[in-house]
Design a binder for this molecule. Structure first.
Ligand SMILES: Cc1cc2nc3c(=O)[nH]c(=O)nc-3n(C[C@H](O)[C@H](O)[C@H](O)COP(=O)(O)O)c2cc1C
Length: 181
């Protein structure tokens, strides 16, 4: 069972810097790729920045639709995340090739990853072309999380075990949270 989260609280889904999978699509073509350089930049309105290599298929589809979806994945999807990052959607549909299930979104055309613990639907507000990379600023239009992975304010990290990319396929896995204040 998935629950909708108020958009002003939804930054908590990616506040801790986990590597998400960004899904894209125009209704006919679709794609999914891990995009580690994704971060919240404002909570109201909820804005997300994602740095995406110029010309990869994710970039092509975001340019075509002005939409993308940030999927919050955990350790269970680590093999899928790596496989998605190891090939391009230009060479064929990754969902079919890797047998990864997609599900429709509520407010945008791209699909979401059916198995992701949470997702945030976004519309592009601004694009900043930089050398080799496009920095997309998306405004969230809808956010959902699996009910048993959300404590009302934060992700239950012990449930999801989010992945934090150190580089070269090495990940830190966050399985607990501690309060210091
Ligand atoms: C863990 C991980 C993190 C990545 N982070 C980014 C990123 O922040 N930005 C980016 O453009 N590519 C990133 N990549 C590379 C893309 O996921 C990869 O180039 C992918 O094949 C692009 O697929 P596409 O052409 O279908 O969009 C990452 C790959 C991995 C494995």
């Amino acid at each position: 069972m998935r629950i909708t989260i108020p958009l002003t609280k939804a930054y908590h889904l990616i506040n801790h810097g986990a590597c998400p999978v960004i899904t894209t699509g125009d209704g006919q073509r679709r794609d999914a790729a891990p995009i580690n350089w994704t971060m919240p930049v404002c909570d109201d309105p909820f804005l997300i920045a994602a740095a995406i290599a110029d010309g990869n298929f994710t970039d092509t589809l975001i340019k075509a639709t002005g939409e993308f979806v940030v999927n919050v994945v955990g350790e269970a999807l680590a093999p899928a995340l790596l496989a998605l990052g190891g090939r391009s959607g230009k060479d064929g549909d990754k969902f079919d090739a890797l047998r990864i299930a997609a599900a429709p979104c509520r407010t945008v055309k791209p699909p979401r990853l059916a198995e992701a613990a949470a997702h945030i639907e976004c519309r592009v507000k601004e694009v900043h072309p930089l050398p080799g990379v496009n920095l997309y600023i998306g405004e969230a239009t809808h956010a959902e999380v699996e009910e048993d992975a959300w404590d009302g304010r934060h992700l239950k990290l012990e449930k999801i075990r989010t992945l934090h990319h150190l580089g070269g396929g090495l990940f830190a896995v966050t399985a607990s949270a501690r309060r210091y204040s």
